[in-house]
Design a protein around this ligand. Structure first.
Ligand code: FES
Length: 186
C-alpha cells in the first residue's frame, strides 16, 4: 500500500503524517511523533502497554490502524501531565509507589484515567476487572490497585461533591479529553 497523508489530532495538536493507512497508531505515535509514553509490548492487543485514550476511552494503539483515528481525539500519557504537574492519576501512582520496572505503567495509568472519567464510583471488583488484561511482570499489583483506588476516590469526590470546575481542577475532566457525558463538556 502506498503512503498517503493522514491528519490526526494528538494531545490537542493536529499532525499530518504520510504513511500506509494500515500502520498501527502506536508506530505513528512513537516513531513519527516521538511520543514514547505508550509502549510496545506484545503488538497483539494482549498486554495493554500501548494504551492511549481515544475520545476519552482507553484503547490499545498497537491494534488500531492510524486511519481509524482520523476524526477522533487521541491522548497519550504525555497529554495528561508531566513531572512538575502530574495528572491526579499519575500522582496517585507516585504516592503509592506503584512502579517497579515501569513498563506497564502507561497502560495502567491510561486505563485508570478512562475508568475515572467514565466510572468514578467503581469499586475494587470493577477496578480489578478493568485492569485484568493489563500485564505487569514485576508483581506490583498490590501497589497498582492501591493507586487505582486512590485515583478513583479523588475522581469520585470530584464527581460527587464538586462542580464541573472543581472536577476540572482535579484533572478528571481535561478539556482535551472528550467524554460521552455531554453535560460535562465545555
Ligand atoms: Fe499493544 Fe501489548 S503492545 S496490547
Amino acid at each position: 500500500m502506498s503512503a498517503s497523508p493522514i491528519s490526526i489530532r494528538v494531545n490537542d495538536a493536529q499532525h499530518t503524517i504520510s504513511c500506509d493507512p494500515k500502520t498501527p497508531l502506536l508506530y505513528i505515535l512513537r516513531n513519527d511523533l516521538a511520543l514514547n509514553g505508550p509502549k510496545f509490548g506484545c503488538g497483539l492487543g494482549e498486554c495493554g502497554a500501548c494504551a492511549v485514550l481515544i475520545d476519552g476511552r482507553a484503547v490499545r494503539s498497537c491494534v488500531v490502524p492510524v486511519t481509524a483515528v482520523k476524526n477522533r481525539s487521541v491522548t497519550t500519557l504525555e497529554g495528561l501531565g508531566n513531572s512538575t504537574s502530574p495528572h491526579p492519576v499519575q500522582q496517585a501512582f507516585i504516592d503509592e509507589n506503584a512502579a517497579q520496572c515501569g513498563y506497564c505503567l502507561n497502560g495502567m495509568i491510561m486505563t485508570v484515567v478512562s475508568l475515572a472519567l467514565h466510572q468514578p464510583d467503581a469499586g475494587e471488583a470493577e477496578i480489578k476487572n478493568a485492569l485484568a488484561h493489563n500485564l505487569c511482570r514485576c508483581g506490583t499489583h498490590k501497589e497498582i490497585l492501591a493507586a487505582a483506588k486512590r485515583a478513583l476516590f479523588l475522581a469520585n469526590s470530584a464527581a460527587l461533591h464538586g462542580s464541573l470546575d472543581s472536577a476540572r481542577e482535579s484533572g478528571f475532566e481535561p478539556s482535551h479529553v472528550k467524554t460521552d457525558r455531554g453535560e460535562r463538556n465545555a
